[in-house]
Design a protein around this ligand. Structure first.
Ligand code: ADP
Length: 274
């Protein structure tokens, strides 16, 4: 595996120019435990700016924990998480890093959007307010700006006519489209997708996957995705990381990982899900 420290690539003469201003992600010796269960043990990995990476691996291997750490829904027990050249889990104090306070987390969170398995829309708000609430409250957009942005995104996800509907009036697929639009309404630079189609009825899966594939191809977001849908993983990712027990077993372009897995654990996993 190539654990290039962030900053090494920047300015190096033989590295192609960045195609994006989105920051990369770097886990540096990250430790995460729940009680005595050590889920991540000095995990190192990096996602390049604008790169789309999918995490695969058996249930319980730590994939969701990685996304939750990036959403600051969990705290690291060791190591540092970086978004670009800024620490996420920590903040700078002179030339030292100290654990992040709420203000730092709030600031950093603006860069990161997440779409969840269970949509997590605000059930008491209509679609429009689901999309305008955070941009107004967190980013300080005016109502007009937020509404215009919401309309544009609803148009993009094909739900312009549902602007006044409540989540309970929408199908699972429609709710997930709204959730995708809501994440994008914050104009994040990093987008996290956690099993975004696993709660959907089978006939709704492809539509949501196609939408996300188009978003992935049409944007320069840095994306980190967890999925059990290998076709989708192949479609949207530049690189796949195979996890087992909190560690990277193997990594590579999706064609290589899916067609010629080098590790027995990857072969076993793929056999079980395909
Ligand atoms: P995956 O997404 O690969 O299925 P997870 O990141 O959800 O794996 O879980 C990794 C490990 O962490 C599992 O052993 C799980 O039981 C444990 N775990 C995850 N979240 C919690 C939590 N909130 N409290 C206790 N244990 C947890």
């Amino acid at each position: 595996s190539e654990n290039v420290p962030a900053g090494t690539a920047r300015g190096a003469p033989d590295v192609p120019p960045q195609r994006t201003d989105a920051p990369g992600i770097r886990f540096e010796k990250v430790v995460k435990r729940f009680g005595r269960n050590v889920v991540l043990r000095e995990l190192d990995f990096e996602v390049a700016p604008g790169e789309r990476v999918t995490l695969i691996g058996p249930s319980g291997s730590g994939k969701t924990t990685i996304l939750r750490l990036l959403m600051t829904l969990e705290k690291v027990d060791g190591g540092v998480i970086w978004i670009g050249d800024r620490p996420l889990s920590h903040m700078r104090r002179g030339d030292r890093l100290v654990p992040a306070n709420e203000k730092h987390l709030h600031e950093m969170r603006k860069q990161v959007g997440m779409v969840f398995q269970q949509f997590n829309l605000f059930p008491n708000m209509n679609v429009l307010r689901n999309l305008t609430e955070a941009p107004m409250r967190v980013l300080g957009l005016s109502k007009d700006e937020a509404v215009e942005r919401a309309r544009r995104l609803l148009d993009m996800v094909g739900l312009a006519d549902k602007i006044d509907a409540h989540p309970s009036q929408l199908s699972g697929g429609q709710q997930q489209r709204v959730a995708i639009a809501r994440a994008l309404a914050m104009e994040p630079k990093v987008l996290l997708l956690d099993e975004v189609t696993s709660a959907l009825d089978p006939e709704l899966v492809v539509g949501v996957q196609d939408l996300l594939r188009d978003i992935a191809r049409g944007s320069d977001l840095t994306m980190l995705c967890v999925t059990h849908e290998m076709g989708f993983a192949r479609d949207i990712s530049d690189r796949v990381l195979m996890f087992d027990q909190g560690q990277i077993v193997e990594e590579g372009p999706p064609e290589r990982i899916f067609e010629e897995p080098a590790e027995q654990r990857t072969r076993d996993f793929l056999q079980a899900v395909l």
